[in-house]
Design a protein around this ligand. Structure first.
Ligand SMILES: [Zn+2]
Length: 188
């Protein structure tokens, strides 16, 4: 879980085994091919999503997939190549909550170094008021602040963004919120 690399066994160029080594001029161990010397870099992945507002309530999805099956989350997922972060956030919202949105502004940036991810959340306005459950969701629902099932939220980054959003809305102005999440200490 806290490993530096996701395991890679074979070179995607030539099929030979790879080994961890520090390439010349580099300062970190990388997966380097033992035959063709190709370096297989691994870098953090972007998870992007939307805080979708409709009549003072926020759209949450209940996960139909692991991890955190059955828990609530904001519509969000991995960014694809060839798309912008805002387009990715709108696409994930369409896929998971069957909702068309107008993406407004970047609201939260959360670094989670130990799982090699950066999470971005945009504020967005629901267009037309219709939504549903995509294939990765059991259901989706609009929640007022006092209805949010905080103990049943799927991810700390989502809880962080959501509570900052309700705080800002109370104060009448929306900022940009950042956080760096450390590993959770093991239970017991
Ligand atoms: Zn190779």
């Amino acid at each position: 879980m806290s490993g530096f690399h996701t395991p890679i066994k074979f070179c995607s160029h030539c099929g030979a085994p790879v080994a961890l080594a520090v390439p010349p001029g580099d300062n970190l161990p990388r997966h380097v091919c033992t035959r063709c010397a190709a370096v297989h870099y691994q870098n953090p992945r972007m998870v992007v999503g939307c805080i979708v507002e409709w009549e003072s309530r926020v759209l949450l999805c209940r996960r139909a997939i692991e991890p955190r099956y059955g828990r609530w989350t904001l519509p969000a997922g991995f960014m694809e190549n060839d798309e912008t972060t805002a387009a990715a956030a709108a696409r994930e919202t369409r896929e998971e909550a069957c909702a068309e949105v107008e993406v407004e502004r970047l609201f939260a940036l959360v670094n989670i170094p130990h799982i090699h991810q950066v999470h971005l959340f945009y504020t967005a306005r629901l267009l037309g008021g219709s939504f549903g459950a995509g294939s990765e969701s059991l259901e989706s629902r609009l929640f007022a602040e006092d209805e949010i099932p905080w103990p049943e939220m799927a991810f700390r980054s989502v809880s962080f963004a959501l509570s900052a959003w309700f705080d800002d809305r109370r104060q009448g102005s929306f900022g940009l919120h950042t956080a760096d999440l450390p590993p959770l200490s093991p239970p017991g």
